[in-house]
Design a protein around this ligand. Sequence first.
Ligand SMILES: C[S@@+](CC[C@H](N)C(=O)[O-])C[C@H]1O[C@@H](n2cnc3c(N)ncnc32)[C@H](O)[C@@H]1O
Length: 249
Amino acid sequence: MRWRADLARSWRLWRAFGLEQADPDSFYGELAADSAAQVDHLHPLEGTVMLDVGGGPGYFCDAFAARGATYFAVDADAGEMHLHGRTPGSRTVQASGTALPFAAGSFDLTYSSNVAEHVAQPWRMGEEMIRVTRPGGTIVLSYTAWWGPWGGHETSPWHYLGGKRAAQRYRRSHGHAPKNEFGRSLFNVSVGAGLTWARSVPGAELVAAFPRYAPAWASRMVQIPVVGEVLTWNLMLVMRRRHGQTAGP
Ligand SMILES: C[S@@+](CC[C@H](N)C(=O)[O-])C[C@H]1O[C@@H](n2cnc3c(N)ncnc32)[C@H](O)[C@@H]1O
């Protein structure tokens, strides 16, 4: 079946989000299948050598490999790679996205889903993704935007009063720190910051920027100040590696 960013697909994802805690296999399986289909649409995966930065447990490996990609992944955290009793793909390396252990131009496609907001230097990670992508190759960087309803992750919606305050409130009511703790494992990465970076980084040109889970007709939402920050939810940046340019400034 041809993949389409229509309202029915957004609704399917919305329903799957409700299963994250109770049935992680269904949730991550559905998200990974949708993500691979979406990326296949942007850069055909058959025969593509790709790197998933912050790949987590192997759900995305299965989904991308099923579409014919040769899938490599890095993740900074061994525990995350084995979450939900999963085994990461055999080509998975433990490393940080901000210092990728690969030579320049190694991949046709680099991808990252829901990782940049967990990294203190998200654009350093973006520049590493650009560096290891071959000239003419594709970079897809997607993250949960801070000012969206889920920006504070499990501390939402209190992050609107400040990330530190939201984390303190969570600690008080749950007796422990949130997994995604502001300033340690969760950072304020806005839609505006991503667009500014993607438009100005010398190593790649911005091809498209849109809300990842929304129908295609809502794409222009990311351009609207304030409203775009809140409604975009998750910003997907699609970039093309330039020839003969260094990856970063
Ligand atoms: C929310 S999970 C996303 C997993 C998967 N990409 C997805 O979309 O479901 C964030 C992942 O990023 C990883 N991560 C966090 N900081 C990282 C870094 N600096 N470099 C590489 N991976 C990192 C975490 O270990 C975790 O597996």
